[in-house]
Design a protein around this ligand. Sequence first.
Ligand code: ATP
Length: 309
Amino acid sequence: MPAELPIAIAAPNAAPALDGMPVLRVDALSKSFEKRQVLQAIDWSVPAGRVIGLLGRNGAGKTTLLRCLLGLSPIDSGQIELFGEPMIEPGGERMHRVGFVPQSFDLFPWMKVRAYLDFTAAFYARWDHALTARLLDSWQLDPRQKIGQLSQGQRQKLAIVRAIAPQPDLLVLDEPVASLDPQARRAFMAELLELTRRPGKTVIFSTHITADLERADADIALLRDGRIQFTRPLAELRECMHRVILSRAEGWLEVPPIAGMLKANIKGHEAQLLVEHPDIENLQALAVQLNASLRIETPTLEDLFVELA
Ligand SMILES: Nc1ncnc2c1ncn2[C@@H]1O[C@H](COP(=O)(O)OP(=O)(O)OP(=O)(O)O)[C@@H](O)[C@H]1O
């Protein structure tokens, strides 16, 4: 199935969505492949003007969700609203406002980079030629090379240029940095941040690289068990999620009861608990009562992901 978004030739200068309004709304979206249900009645709302990092373990359904959102994969049931209008079928003028970087880009192997970009630019009124030239140069993409001869990472860079150049209001990227070297990853994140500095621009990208999400100060959306478990700003997650460690010589037969506990691990003498909004005074009292020492740590995003995903 082609990974390109279907677009119409008429190219509008569409008004950007307003900051804070949902750019995308999903109600009870379900999707299965044969008997395997991948997305289970997902409800999700994505406000305009944010960078959303979509996290989930391998096979959680990130690619499936992103493709469904853009009409590239049929859904079993539910509703999708894009820019405030129901997404009944893909295509049309709305798609000029959407950029998509698929997980792998293997289209038009016979075309040269320059010809491909010129051909694509013709469909868009807002195509940024200066940006294209700058990115080709700084990302060392040879415009005369055939796409089929590009390395995986070079193809990914080309897919990113192609998605960013039309100045989309919504940019959706499926593991965009998976094949990029560290320099290119940083440069890409810088471009992404630049793009989202403009009002009303929204980015949704799936990734396993939590450091990139930290750099982008993204909102984190966690996909698990076929549902979006939460979408929360990274700073808020940092502030409210803590690791509480209770340690005592005799160890633990059962997990100590603590309000807000999301996950518990017993490791030898230690009970390691992931707790939302821990109440420090209560914890100190509990530690005395249980004859345990108390430590409270702030987990990294990667630790959080390992615990929650
Ligand atoms: N075309 C397909 N036919 C059958 N099953 C599929 C198809 N595409 C995806 N799946 C299944 O759907 C589930 C979710 O896959 P998906 O690629 O969406 O996960 P993901 O979260 O993007 O994974 P990863 O992090 O590994 O890229 C997996 O169990 C996968 O095997």
